[in-house]
Design a protein around this ligand. Structure first.
Ligand SMILES: [Zn+2]
Length: 236
């Protein structure tokens, strides 16, 4: 059968688009796993500017770090503080999606799914640190790409914590503590700007005393940092 050439004319732009798309995918994958995931995650995501996801780290059988001779479990501190941050943000009119509200173990994958499905504009994972030495103070972890909104969120939370008198000298870190060019799962797979916040050390008696005495102020400061970031991101 003879086919007229013009019947195929529409295939040329279609084929070009396919080749360009394929090249983009190959280019992204060649950049490296973490970065490819990061870039793919930015596609087709429209966040709700009034929704925030708060993730109390660990839970259930996953105690996280342990302090005070095994009596103090990171998972409990994380949840206690995260629930207060939730309350504070809700009082200010924000919708807060929690990855857990009880002492349950949630996979890292499910934590990200919760955040991504909720269309949260920001994601904050709350943790406490541990050290075999004398480590103390708060620190923020963001993606190794150092995205500007993620850094803004980390800076705003850290500044608010400093304003209330917390030790913030450890500052902001990118990537992952135990490997160059890696990232914490929650920073890698959340589609919105995210921070993993270490709120002092469970292995420091000074940090624990501050945590217990000023947990309300800590929650207010974290909520302030989140709200400030939302306002700045939306140009208010
Ligand atoms: Zn932790």
């Amino acid at each position: 059968m003879k086919i007229k050439r013009k019947q195929f004319n529409f295939l040329i732009p279609l084929a070009s688009i396919f080749v360009i798309a394929l090249s983009a995918v190959i280019a992204l994958l060649s950049v490296g796993g973490d970065e490819a995931v990061y870039y793919f995650n930015q596609l087709n995501f429209t966040p709700d500017p009034k929704t925030v996801c708060i993730d109390p780290g660990h839970g259930g059988n996953e105690s996280g770090a342990v302090g005070e001779n095994g009596k103090r479990l990171e998972k409990d501190d994380n949840l206690r503080l995260a629930l207060l941050v939730r309350d504070e943000l809700q009082n200010r009119g924000y919708t807060v999606v929690m990855t857990r509200e009880t002492d349950t173990d949630i996979s890292l994958e499910d934590r990200c799914k919760t955040a991504n499905k909720s269309k949260a504009a920001l994601f904050v994972s709350i943790h406490r640190n541990s050290s075999s030495g004398t480590g103390r103070g708060c620190e923020m972890w963001i993606h190794s790409k150092n995205p500007s909104d993620d850094r803004l969120l980390a800076e705003n939370i850290l500044q608010s914590l400093e304003n209330m008198g917390a030790d913030t000298s450890r500052g902001i870190h990118t990537g992952y503590r135990e490997g160059a060019n890696k990232n914490y799962y929650v920073n890698r797979c959340s589609k919105m700007p995210s921070v993993l916040a270490e709120i002092g050390f469970v292995t420091s008696s000074d940090d624990n005393a501050m945590f217990d005495e000023k947990i309300g102020d800590l929650a207010l400061s974290i909520a302030d940092g989140i709200e400030m970031t939302l306002l700045e991101m939306n140009g208010e």
